[in-house]
Design a protein around this ligand. Sequence first.
Ligand SMILES: Cc1cc2nc3c(=O)[nH]c(=O)nc-3n(C[C@H](O)[C@H](O)[C@H](O)COP(=O)(O)O)c2cc1C
Length: 371
Amino acid sequence: MTTLASTGKSSPVDNTQGFYQRLLRPLLFRFDPESVHEFALRVMRFGGAPLLQPAVRSLYAFDDQKLAVRLFGRVFPNPLGLAAGFDKNAVALPFLSALGFGHIELGTVTPRPQVGNPRPRIFRLPQDGGVINRMGFPSHGVERVLQNLPTQKNRAHGSLIGINVGKNKETPLEEAVNDYRQAIEALHPYADYLVINVSSPNTPQLRELQKREPLSELIRGVQEVNPNRLPLVVKVAPDLEWKELDDVLLACSDTNVSALIATNTTFSREGLITSIDEQGGLSGKPLFTRSRDVVRYIYTHTNGELPVIAAGGVSTAPDVIEMMKSGASLVQIYTGFIYEGPSLAKRVKQDLVRFLDREGLRSVHELIGVQ
Ligand SMILES: Cc1cc2nc3c(=O)[nH]c(=O)nc-3n(C[C@H](O)[C@H](O)[C@H](O)COP(=O)(O)O)c2cc1C
């Protein structure tokens, strides 16, 4: 992979990155990951207030027409998105949008509030650049998320909003469709696209919904409460056998799915340096290769006709480029944001533009599916 040249000059954002990596991150990493996450969300909520947001926006602003991605009849200002799970309840949209993410995926939201699994349930693996989580969909529930959404969405100028929904833990699998329908019926007015999450490893049996029949039924059920025909996206696990992924692709072609997100976190612990015995889904760098292979499989087996949104271990422009060349139209990040800090989106976008200029490309579109 090509190395990206740096301009050599240090900007205020380079300085905030140095500050994050050298000072803030070592400090934050001394505390329980979930407590740090809650603290960060409170800071972001405050930093996104009307008087402060413009300052954050101007510090992290970086736009370039070459980065725009047209997908689902919409224009994403750039291919980088914040993956689901970071802002589950829509409390920090104005701040996150000011950091320069082209899209932000909220959720997973469940219809009724639930607490999720007992804590601790997030574990950092700094040597591997990874995280293990077994959150189990803690969610404020649709009603409370709905109280936040109107103002939050209005002030997320420039970023498109995905809303990712799931089922409550106590809902039997046979009734899962009702939970997805309920959440989508309530939340769809605030979404640019909708995601049905059938791939979290932390809700018992959830991944059964990736089988062809249940998945087709689920998608059809959900489409009935999607009157504006918002793009409907399905998020898949990295642990499916190719045969099982073929089943997902068949379910998608039987129905009207707009894209797949590949992937959620993995059960696999292959290649980890850290010796850790915690249950849950692994994310971050150790997931990159598998997610990229899943992206590539979907792209090639659908002849590029079903758009793919990549997620899994992305934290640099070369990672984004590799995912896009493997077939991704958009690329999401979660764990990389924890390790790289708030300047991540700006830095990756700047590096992407430098790469496009050097290669003589006029748009990131020219990268999609080019092996
Ligand atoms: C702490 C944590 C919580 C997550 N919660 C969700 C979630 O609620 N819904 C979901 O679809 N994915 C969730 N994810 C998965 C991410 O959206 C993403 O698919 C995965 O972490 C791979 O990307 P990454 O390596 O950039 O983190 C979560 C990930 C982490 C680390």
